[in-house]
Design a protein around this ligand. Sequence first.
Ligand code: AHG
Ligand code: MN
Ligand code: MN
Length: 335
Amino acid sequence: MENKNQTLGEFIINNQNSFKYSSGELSRLINSIRLAAKVVNHEVNKAGLVDIIGETGKTNVQDEKQQKLDVYANNKFRNTLINRNIICGLASEEDESFISVNSIDKNNQNSYVVLIDPLDGSSNIDVNVSVGTIFSVYRRISEIGSSVTIDDFLQKGRNQVAAGYIIYGTSTMLVYTTGDGVNGFTLNPAIGSFYHSHANLKFPKKGSIYSINEGNYFQFPDYVKKYLKFCQMEEDDRPYTSRYIGSLVSDFHRNLIKGGIFMYPNTSKNPKGKLRLLYECNPISFICEQAGGLAIDGESNILDIHPETLHQRIPFYCGSEKMINQLQTFIKNSK
Ligand code: AHG
Ligand code: MN
Ligand code: MN
């Protein structure tokens, strides 16, 4: 049960012991993300007021235009997590390689690595539509005190110890899990504190929203085309409603609250899918499963996939269990 008077800081302290490695290290990490989120939120809110929107003119490692706020959010999360001596390694969607904190500070004894999509949905910034931040946390597998290696980051999603997102929307929320359910906290901007607004978030049993960039229809695998027609058919509780924001965090958050399915299939333009396994799909899938939903790539459960590269992309389907199961019958029939 939520206690709406409880702040995120209090919730972290009260729940520290429910986490199996309760040394306080993970609590400090979530606290740092909370702090960086507030600073980034302030900047996102100002985007329409100051000359911060627009492109930097540079492209990131994935050949996408980087927006100024992407750079700002990336720096803010990186500096907060590294300067406060919270983690041993960091990988970001915006950076080509990972950072090993031990190569900056030889005395670093931390055990967690963080992977982050600092600003998700960046094309929505200049049109005043919700954007987000996604984070994913693993225990390192290399020895504490040594430099982190690529294998610390290329762990399957099932190994995550925490994952979450911040949605900079009509209100700003931080939603996260440490593997013991999903909790949501809403920022009171007047006071600067997150309050426990959503306890133990679960997908509603029945979902009726489907989210997909339907402009790519002719590039979709046949089973997705057939599933879309199924969603639109007048039968039983259908047609479902179509909703697509174009920011994974916002689309997922709405579907989690209202019940729905999100799809970003492989297309001829993006034959391996568009979304990134490590920074987007794994953390969202961990939250999705903790909320009673399912996440697949069309063949496997996302959380069971062994990543091969840091910036790997993958087809992505996630949401209410019943809707993913419906999609799965179309996948099976296509084989
Ligand atoms: P990012 O802004 O981090 O690059 O992510 C954008 C992603 C994701 O948030 C969203 O679901 C998807 O791209 C939208 O892609 P389309 O514009 O191709 O629909
Ligand atoms: Mn993204
Ligand atoms: Mn991004």
